[in-house]
Design a protein around this ligand. Structure first.
Ligand SMILES: *[C@@H]1O[C@H](CO)[C@@H](O)[C@H](O)[C@H]1NC(C)=O
Ligand SMILES: *[C@@H]1O[C@H](CO)[C@@H](O)[C@H](O)[C@H]1NC(C)=O
Ligand SMILES: *[C@@H]1O[C@H](CO)[C@@H](O)[C@H](O)[C@H]1NC(C)=O
Ligand SMILES: *[C@@H]1O[C@H](CO)[C@@H](O)[C@H](O)[C@H]1NC(C)=O
Ligand SMILES: *[C@@H]1O[C@H](CO)[C@@H](O)[C@H](O)[C@H]1NC(C)=O
Length: 230
């Protein structure tokens, strides 16, 4: 009961950050992304010596969506190590608020709290958050519709198309790579929702270093900024 109360309080605290307004799902972004820049986001924080410019897509594509994905990374225990077998996440528009430092802080807090919620409880909670928050743009999941298990970003809920990604760049999180999943650049191999995607400012999602029970599954909550370019 105490835990549920904490999570509700957390949801109320974080949702206004994730979603600029609490209107119906599927509403298109309120704010122009014309003057938002990924390079600014990558260089704005001091990430030491890590060279993050490799994540920036070619100059002939431009930003079409700035979002936060909120969900879980799935793992299966294979010969003593957790192997990633996909992810499920809900993707929210943050075009109006993408520069607020409190977004990152709020997400770190949320993910730390979510780590105490296991399995189905976690996914149920994330689904509840998504229903409460407006501006949900897309569902992120993995499927084999492109022939191999691949990340899908499906914008059906906001009246858009989809993109199936293939990884081009993979850089360990410059802040805490043990806890936070890698930063990525993907290119779309199918779909017209985006040509390139960048995942950065990740929070959570990494599994423990080892596991004991073969084939045991694990879900680790994570959040990240996803930038869509078209
Ligand atoms: C983007 O920046 C340009 C140049 O500073 C400015 O003219 C334009 O109004 C800005 N667009 C938006 C949507 O803020
Ligand atoms: C970062 O890497 C890019 C190539 O990916 C290179 O052009 C650039 O000079 C590098 N910047 C620094 C500061 O090392
Ligand atoms: C962008 O430029 C690359 C070459 O650098 C080219 O292969 C690609 O087709 C161009 N994409 C668009 C959307 O114009
Ligand atoms: C991740 O785990 C959830 C819950 O078990 C499941 O619904 C989802 O299909 C899984 N996705 C992948 C890609 O394994
Ligand atoms: C783990 O799963 C694989 C593939 O489904 C199966 O072949 C194997 O027997 C399983 N191992 C154990 C210990 O359950």
């Amino acid at each position: 009961m105490h835990c549920l109360f904490k999570l509700m309080a957390l949801a109320l605290a974080v949702l206004p950050l994730v979603s600029a307004d609490l209107h119906a799902q599927g509403t298109q972004p309120h704010c122009s992304v014309a003057n938002i820049s990924l390079p600014d986001a990558l260089t704005g924080d001091s990430h030491g010596l890590t060279n993050l410019t490799a994540l920036i897509p070619p100059a002939n594509v431009s930003i079409v969506q700035v979002t936060i994905g909120f969900g879980a990374q799935n793992y299966t225990c294979t010969q003593g190590k957790y192997v990633n077998v996909g992810a499920v996440a809900q993707v929210f528009d943050i075009s109006c608020i993408q520069n607020l430092p409190s977004i990152s802080a709020g997400l770190s807090l949320a993910i730390n709290e979510l780590e105490s919620v296991a399995g189905e409880g976690l996914l149920n909670f994330i689904t509840m958050l998504a229903k409460m928050g407006g501006f949900k743009l897309a569902d992120h999941y993995f499927d084999t519709s492109s022939g191999a298990l691949a990340p899908v970003f499906n914008f059906q809920i906001s009246g858009g198309g989809f993109a199936i990604g293939k990884k081009l760049q993979d850089i360990p999180d410059p802040v805490n790579p043990i806890k936070n999943v890698d930063w990525l650049q993907l290119t779309a191999v199918q779909g017209d929702a985006a040509k390139f995607l960048v995942r950065e400012q990740t929070v959570g999602g990494q599994p423990p270093a080892s596991c004991a029970v073969e084939n045991e599954t694990l879900q680790v909550p994570y959040a990240a900024k996803y930038w869509f370019f078209g």
